[in-house]
Write a protein that binds this ligand. Structure first.
Ligand SMILES: NC(=O)c1ccc[n+]([C@@H]2O[C@H](COP(=O)([O-])OP(=O)(O)OC[C@H]3O[C@@H](n4cnc5c(N)ncnc54)[C@H](OP(=O)(O)O)[C@@H]3O)[C@@H](O)[C@H]2O)c1
Length: 339
């Protein structure tokens, strides 16, 4: 395949971190990235060059371009963490193969992208591009965190921001393995769809009497695992209302306003714990054969229709500055970028 020397990409405008609130809204891309002609990156040792077919747009991408993610920006590099495409260069037997990838050194919001060879995922032919574009960040996190609940012997678990794509994956896993997902959402409009996906119960945080409703819910289910992407006062209230030995596993920061921890004695007398989960650490610390098994199961779940990525729109790279913010603000589904 002829590889050009120049490509289009959405280049980061800033280096490092920003001292800004970690808000999720995206009203304008222009302060963060610029559509540019860039050099096609050259794959060094351990890296492959991918011709991008579709790239994901996740909350972590938005936090990253704003400088409020746990990873430093590199000015002039293309943004975008993950996607799907074809391997076109690099020292790998996967040349010419369709893969999912996690970008390194040059991002996926571009026509070409670099990715570490060990993390290339050769795809089953029956996997849709829409699922393949986001095969790593959310599906592997859902599988890894669900394992935490399973290994803990839980009968149920609480998941906040349950209408997120990751929340929906967790609900599906809970249904299939008989460990009930208690779905916490802020909008009643999502409740029916999450029940249909298999949530064991739904708690809507808007509206009157939240404290009574959550006490009632926890009396029925007594969950000890809280998988939390929000990190606000409601998350803390849920945790402190949970029974002894409850674990609050924080994996996202969707709320810019941190909670107050008013019931510290619970850490002593009820043996409660607060933990964090980050997929990057899980990938570093998990044996490769286990990661391989999790990836195979994730692909099978999509191919067999047990999981489905809900997509609002696929925005062309050329139009991303104009169209991405409005598409990203649509509720309950994902946006992709297509070169
Ligand atoms: N730690 C890790 O390794 C890891 C890996 C993957 C994902 N994550 C995190 O997982 C979370 C979900 O990701 P996703 O891609 O599945 O998200 P998504 O599909 O884009 O959905 C985002 C969801 O968050 C909800 N939300 C936003 N702000 C909120 C707030 N302040 N309070 C309550 N709900 C709020 C939204 O609810 P509305 O519809 O009501 O706006 C929406 O349902 C993100 O925080 C992401 O960073 C972490």
């Amino acid at each position: 395949m002829d590889i050009p020397t120049k490509m289009k990409g959405l280049a980061l405008l800033e280096d490092g971190y920003a001292n800004a609130p970690a808000t999720q809204e995206l009203t304008n891309l222009a302060p963060y990235v610029e559509l540019r002609e860039m050099d096609v990156p050259q794959p060094g040792p351990g890296l492959a060059l991918i011709k991008v077919a579709r790239a994901a747009v996740n909350p972590s991408d938005i936090a990253f371009i704003k400088g409020v993610y746990g990873q430093s920006r590199v000015k002039d590099q293309a943004a975008g963490f993950e996607g799907t495409g074809t391997v076109v260069a690099g020292d790998t037997p996967l040349l010419g193969q369709r893969v999912s990838f996690f970008a390194a050194g040059s991002g996926s919001w571009a026509e070409y992208c670099l990715a570490p060879i060990p993390m290339l995922i050769p795809l089953r032919p029956d996997l849709r591009d829409e699922d393949a574009a986001g095969l790593i960040v959310n599906p592997l996190t859902a599988m890894a965190m669900f394992d935490i609940a399973r290994e803990d012997g839980a009968d149920s678990f609480v998941v906040t921001a349950a209408g997120s794509q990751l929340g929906k994956f967790l609900i599906g896993l809970g249904k299939d393995h008989g460990i009930g997902a208690l779905a916490v959402i802020r909008r009643e409009a999502q409740a029916e769809a999450l029940r249909a996906l298999g949530a064991a119960d739904v708690l809507v945080t808007e509206g009157e009497g939240l404290e009574e409703r959550l006490t009632e819910l926890f009396e029925v289910h007594a969950p000890r695992i809280l998988l939390d992407a929000v990190g606000d006062q409601i998350s803390a209230d849920l945790f402190f209302a949970m029974p002894e030995r409850a674990r609050w596993i924080i994996y996202g920061r969707l709320s810019p306003t941190p909670p107050t921890l008013a019931q510290l004695p619970q850490f002593i007398f009820k043996q409660k714990q607060i933990e964090g989960f980050w997929l990057a650490s899980w990938l570093r610390n998990t044996p490769p054969e286990k990661i391989g098994a999790v990836i195979a199961e994730a692909q099978a779940r999509f191919a067999e229709g047990k999981w489905h990525t809900d997509i609002t729109a696929s925005v062309r790279l050329d139009n991303a500055l104009a169209e991405l913010p409005a598409a990203y603000s649509q509720k309950d589904s994902k946006v992709l970028i297509e070169p």
